[in-house]
Unconditional design. Structure first.
Length: 322
């Protein structure tokens, strides 16, 4: 190695250590790759507030919605790797790897892993005046009305897209999909009756189900959810093995110094043990990831496993974004 290269490498290592020692010395931004007011945004804001207390720095949440979460993820992939720009994304980080033929980043190479945040059930909900009341009747309604049914989602790669895709495949029927930059605005339109159906995380549907502003049909996990005990599972209500649950992870750009990533994982673990966070999560049908999962290694293993898990399912469905 040339002398200048050795010096550059030594400088990079030194500046990484120096950075880690003073980290964080300025506000941190977490990019949410969906609109404000949606489930990823809700989870992020709760966790960010608790992490910020542990880190002693402000955390700004910025919403960069569009293209099923890939625009926000691309922004972070290209951001400086100093630990001041992070990404809180969900299962879309894994499914987009297959759904997009030309993804502007590599989910396995362009990010450092901070840790898993939470795993959330999905619910299938309809506008309040939809003329069917049970999940079984909904299945018949969708089969009968096909493309006349307006299904809202947050774009290809979003959890709501994935759920709709599995739903349409299971029924062998196409609905008309209406894309949004996140399911926050999709929910607003569902409550306004502009669209018919949405499949979204309990973190964005629980309050609306409880106050009757949307009609709830089923949860998409094998067991009923404690916070919505009357809601049947899709499997028990007529769609056997219809399971999809949404995990969230926190990422930094690749090349972020290990010490910084480690500090962020610690702060994430502290945040996930915070009582207010745990209570709000429980009320919204989810739970904080245990500390052993809020680690770099656990998130990396999860992402790698989920890319492999969803690849054949998506390939069989034959749906691609570009
Ligand atoms: N959860 C939504 C989805 O993937 C997006 C969001 O958080 O707004 O469909």
């Amino acid at each position: 190695m040339k002398k200048t290269m050795i010096m550059a490498a030594a400088f990079a290592a030194m500046s990484g250590t120096a950075l880690a020692q003073s980290y964080p010395s300025q506000p941190i931004t977490i990019i949410v790759p969906f609109s404000a007011g949606g489930p990823t945004d809700t989870v992020t804001r709760l966790v960010a507030q608790a992490m910020s207390q542990d880190l002693g720095q402000q955390i700004v949440v910025e919403n960069v919605g569009g293209a099923g979460g890939t625009l926000g993820a691309a922004r972070v992939a290209q951001a400086g790797n100093d630990g001041y720009t992070l990404l809180l994304h969900h299962i879309g980080m894994a499914t987009s790897a297959t759904l997009y033929r030309q993804l502007p980043y590599n989910p396995l190479e362009d990010f450092a892993y901070v840790g898993l945040v939470t795993e959330v059930p999905m619910t299938i909900v309809g506008r309040a005046d939809l003329e069917v009341d049970t999940f079984e009747d909904l299945l018949a309604y969708v089969r009968e009305n096909g493309e006349d049914v307006m299904y809202a989602n947050a774009g290809i790669g979003a959890a709501s897209h994935l759920c709709g895709l599995l739903f349409m495949n299971a029924l062998d029927t196409q609905m008309t999909t209406i894309p949004y930059q996140g399911t926050g605005p999709a929910m607003t339109d569902l409550m306004g009756g502009q669209v018919d159906l949405l499949c979204d995380q309990t973190t964005n549907t629980t309050n609306q189900i409880r106050d009757g502003s949307v009609k709830a049909y089923a949860v998409t996990v094998p067991q009923r959810v404690e916070s919505l005990p009357d809601l049947p599972t899709a499997s028990e209500a007529g769609l056997a093995d219809f399971n999809v649950s949404i995990w969230h992870g926190l990422y930094a750009p690749a090349g972020t110094p290990d010490e910084v990533v480690e500090r962020l994982s610690q702060a994430l673990q502290v945040a996930l043990q915070d009582e207010t966070v745990a209570q709000r999560f429980a009320d919204l049908g989810t739970a904080p990831s245990p500390s052993e999962d809020a680690t770099s290694a656990a998130l990396q293993a999860k992402l790698e496993g989920e890319i492999e898990l969803w690849r054949p399912i998506i390939e069989e469905a034959g749906v691609y974004a570009n």
